[in-house]
Design a binder for this molecule. Structure first.
Ligand SMILES: O=C(O)CCC(=O)C(=O)O
Ligand SMILES: [Fe+2]
Length: 200
């Protein structure tokens, strides 16, 4: 399928075939076994609807103390390593970039969403963020680099890859809703989104 440009965010529809998607689900299950999915709270104590974990040297967490990258899962264990499959995908698509240090795992159950935000907790914003969607369709909204601008929405499907880089690196983005049960990939339904990030 042809590549799309959403306010500088590159979208590669159907980049991963069914076999690659199934293999990635296996790697996510292994990550979750070592570092269980958690429902973080915002600094004000509001629970996020998306459940999260991570792989890599650091993982993104949020609690009463704030949002940040942390060297350990809140349960006290190290984050498991980033799966080779994902490291290869990154190297193939982003040969110029530094190696990713975090793979954030987002799980959207029925009704979960993510509000519009910029990804800017990373130190070097010249480095891209690579996102992989697996499972149920998610309605992805992308705006410009200022809050309140015009936005565009597309349904992200299982196997789609998005790259936030250059002009799109600081684009506001979020997930308004998922079509629960739209994909057979996860037997219990839901959407997984994996983002690879250079953090330091
Ligand atoms: O789920 C998605 O497609 C986007 C996730 C996201 O924006 C994030 O984790 O920062
Ligand atoms: Fe984001």
């Amino acid at each position: 399928m042809p590549e799309l440009d959403l306010n500088g965010v590159r979208l590669l529809p159907g980049h991963l075939d069914a076999k690659a998607q199934a293999a990635l689900v296996g790697t996510v299950r292994r990550i979750c076994a070592a570092a269980p999915l958690m429902q973080h709270v915002t600094p004000r104590g509001q629970p996020l609807s998306v459940r999260m974990t991570a792989a890599g040297q650091v993982g993104w967490i949020s609690d009463r103390q704030g949002y940040r990258y942390a060297a350990r899962h809140p349960g006290g264990t190290d984050w498991p390593p980033i799966p080779d499959l994902l490291l290869r995908l990154w190297a193939d698509l982003l040969p110029e970039a530094r190696a990713p240090e975090c793979c954030l795992v987002n799980f959207y159950g029925e009704g979960a969403r993510m509000g519009l935000h910029q990804d800017r907790d990373e130190a070097d914003l010249s480095q891209p963020v690579l996102s992989v969607s697996l499972g149920d369709d998610g309605l992805f909204r992308v705006g410009g680099t200022a809050r309140g601008g015009k936005t565009r929405s597309v349904w992200l499907k299982s196997g789609d890859v998005a790259i936030l880089q250059g002009a799109g690196r600081l684009a506001y983005h979020g997930v308004d809703r998922i079509r629960f049960g739209s994909s057979p990939l996860l037997a219990q339904g839901g959407r997984l989104n994996l983002t690879l990030r250079v953090v330091t």
